[in-house]
Design a protein around this ligand. Structure first.
Ligand SMILES: *[C@@H]1O[C@H](CO)[C@@H](O)[C@H](O)[C@H]1NC(C)=O
Ligand SMILES: *[C@@H]1O[C@H](CO)[C@@H](O)[C@H](O)[C@H]1NC(C)=O
Ligand SMILES: *[C@@H]1O[C@H](CO)[C@@H](O)[C@H](O)[C@H]1NC(C)=O
Ligand SMILES: *[C@@H]1O[C@H](CO)[C@@H](O)[C@H](O)[C@H]1NC(C)=O
Ligand SMILES: *[C@@H]1O[C@H](CO)[C@@H](O)[C@H](O)[C@H]1NC(C)=O
Ligand SMILES: *[C@@H]1O[C@H](CO)[C@@H](O)[C@H](O)[C@H]1NC(C)=O
Ligand SMILES: *[C@@H]1O[C@H](CO)[C@@H](O)[C@H](O)[C@H]1NC(C)=O
Ligand SMILES: [Cu+2]
Length: 573
């Protein structure tokens, strides 16, 4: 029974479907690393939300999907069967996939899609990884509904570096559309313009009382006065970044992207899609019902977005269900200072190997573009500003997905699908934040192509990510596959190596960094995991527009530095 008290209603639901995994929640872990088996069925599921019924794609009929529980150093095996009519793949976001690039999951980067009726088994080891991560579909916009938590407990006998919480709860943030998201992506791309705002935000699949027909569709976290809770917050939203907070309660950040941080108390957090943040919250307020809110952070100009918050309840035992909820106050949608103060608070608890010397000095611009209209129906298909077509790029190259997976093409030396000439620095230097180069006024165009950057095994990499103002400056959440990286610096304006101050002592170790609007971020990692690793903006529309690239990290010497052969059941294109 002690076990049952420790899990939320949300987790209970998962247990109903996945009872064979319920042991994973127990406090007593088997000694040594073990193997966790999961079975994922990607399928079409009917849901009723916000006044309407519709079909969505889920895993095992659950939304959000099942939680994958494991322990540090465990082997995880997930058999994915695609029972949906769409192509599918699953990405294990933040799992570093040591020597298992084949199981990373981004479609056309490390694998061909699992087509309708096919099965593929992902296998990886959580080498020295613990904390909260997420899994999600990595193809088209399916991730909107195909996502869930990964909870990795520390090794047996390794306590949390903070007071043991009374209970732990997973909080998954999402966005919801009435329209079919796969069709929606196609329509948005065909229009040349921007995407429509989400119809609602969701907390653990529930929009809360602020939308139509949703007064009773509210996630409620029941708390005991005086107790401390660990919230494992995951942003699985598609196209927006968010603020999250609880009325009258402080949050103590203890982990970001699956790595412990020095504890820091804040009123609210900003969390980008792809990021995970663990916070402690103590029910230390008068008995009552408090709202937990998820609202928009929109740093770009002139973009319409859903400005109604999703609300859940943080409800004390003893509060009556009809007691009035105290509203959570979130920063206003464009409060960049609130975002900066959250970033300033993130410091690694145990930094171990921050690269101090650099072998590869890279500089990538990131931002949106508007291409010239080539359509005979500009009103229909060129709806970006100046009757153009939206694109997005890194170093002015809009990435085009190849027809086969890059990893298969690279591994089997199949030519013609990519070129290894992704530039390490921009081809033109100019005032990135404030405008286009002087010699090409009003030129907002980008190049298109499938280009990769090749890195030697073991190279110590510094990468400056620089936001551009070609269309509008914006905070872009950049995610790197296969690695976590130290965020050694960030700032506003154009990066200047003479004035930039870097933290090489206790920088946060992350897998997704919200590069400040109109600013830059500097990240460092040691390229010691061979394979093809996607790097992209985690706002899905920006990835659709080409804000991505891939690194090829070469093999080193010997089996421990060499990518093994592909699994036999790897899908083909
Ligand atoms: C609720 O429905 C009405 C009528 O359809 C609509 O005008 C309004 O915008 C909706 N409100 C929200 C929050 O969706
Ligand atoms: C803002 O958006 C409107 C409507 O989409 C468009 O007409 C206008 O040109 C945009 N302004 C700028 C500065 O991009
Ligand atoms: C929310 O968005 C609607 C429509 O886009 C707009 O009319 C309204 O002023 C916005 N409200 C706030 C508080 O920004
Ligand atoms: C295209 O849009 C412009 C204004 O946005 C309008 O004046 C024009 O009539 C439209 N053309 C067609 C063919 O719909
Ligand atoms: C650049 O844009 C400005 C403002 O839209 C316009 O006045 C100017 O003529 C444009 N210059 C060129 C060379 O197109
Ligand atoms: C980006 O590429 C396009 C297409 O080649 C070119 O016209 C434009 O000048 C480039 N812009 C920058 C900033 O390099
Ligand atoms: C599904 O994937 C296969 C293999 O890459 C591809 O040929 C097919 O066009 C894809 N189907 C859709 C609807 O994208
Ligand atoms: Cu972006």
């Amino acid at each position: 029974m002690a076990l049952m008290r420790r899990i939320s209603h949300f987790l209970l639901l998962c247990l109903v479907f996945l009872s064979y995994n319920s042991h994973a929640l127990a406090n007593k872990w088997p000694a040594g690393s073990s193997t966790r088996f999961y079975e994922f069925k990607v399928q079409t599921t009917k849901v009723k939300k916000l006044c309407k019924s519709k079909d969505i794609v889920t895993v095992n009929g659950m939304f959000p999907g099942p939680v994958v529980y494991a322990q540090e150093d465990d082997r995880v095996i997930v058999k994915v069967t695609n029972e949906s009519p769409h192509n599918a793949t699953i990405h294990w976001h933040g799992v570093r996939q040591r020597l298992s690039c084949w199981s990373d999951g981004p479609s056309y980067i490390t694998q061909c899609p699992i087509q309708a009726g096919q099965t593929f088994t992902y296998e990886f080891t959580l080498v020295q990884q613990k904390g909260t991560l997420l899994w999600h579909a990595h193809i088209s916009w399916l991730r909107a509904t195909v996502h869930g938590a990964i909870v990795i407990y520390p090794k047996t006998g390794a306590p949390y570096p903070f007071p043991y919480p009374y209970e732990e709860h997973v909080i998954v943030l999402g966005e919801y559309w009435y329209k079919d998201v796969v069709e929606l992506e196609g329509k948005v791309l065909a229009s040349g313009g921007g995407p429509p705002p989400a119809d609602a935000y969701l907390i653990n699949g529930h929009p809360g009382p602020m939308y139509n027909c949703s007064a009773n569709d509210v996630y409620t976290l029941d708390v005991v006065p005086g107790k401390t809770y660990l919230l494992r917050i995951i942003n699985a939203a598609l196209n927006m970044e968010h603020f999250f907070g609880i009325a009258n309660h402080k949050l103590t950040i203890v982990e970001a992207d699956g790595e412990y941080t020095k504890p820091f108390m804040v009123d609210q957090i900003m969390i980008t899609p792809g990021q995970t943040t663990n916070v402690l919250v103590t029910a230390d307020q008068p008995i009552g019902k408090y709202s937990m809110a998820m609202g928009a952070y929109m740093s770009a100009r002139n973009v319409s977005f859903q400005n109604i918050s999703a609300v859940a309840y943080f409800q004390y035992a003893g509060a009556t269900t009809n007691s009035v909820s105290l509203a959570a106050r979130l920063p206003s949608f464009n409060d960049n200072l609130a975002v900066k103060s959250h970033m300033d608070s993130l410091r690694s608890l145990n930094p171990h190997d921050v690269p101090l010397e650099i072998d590869d000095n890279l500089f990538f611009t990131i931002g949106l573009n508007v291409q010239r209209c080539h359509s005979s129906k500009p009103n229909k298909s060129c709806q970006a500003p100046n009757n153009g077509v939206f694109a997005a790029s890194m170093n002015n190259i809009s990435f085009v997905r190849p027809k086969v997976s890059l990893l298969q093409a690279y591994y089997n030396k199949i030519h013609g699908y990519f070129s290894a000439d992704f530039p390490g620095v921009p081809l033109k230097a100019y005032d990135f934040v404030n405008g286009a180069p002087n010699n090409i006024p009003n030129n907002t165009q980008s190049m298109i192509g499938t280009r990769v950057k090749v890195i030697e095994y073991g190279s110590r990499v510094q990468l400056i990510l620089q936001d551009t103002g070609t269309v509008s400056t914006e905070n872009h959440p950049i995610h790197l596959h296969g690695y976590s990286f130290y965020v050694v610096g960030y700032g506003s304006g154009n990066y200047n190596p003479r004035t930039a101050s870097l933290n090489l002592v206790d920088p946060p170790y992350m897998n997704t960094i919200g590069v400040p609007v109109g600013g830059w971020a500097a990240i460092r990692f040691t390229a010691d995991n061979p394979g093809v690793w996607f790097m992209h903006c985690h706002l899905e529309i920006h990835t659709s527009w080409g804000l991505s690239m891939a690194f090829i990290v070469k093999n080193g010497e010997g089996v421990l530095e060499t990518l093994p052969h592909p699994p036999a059941d790897l899908p083909t294109c």
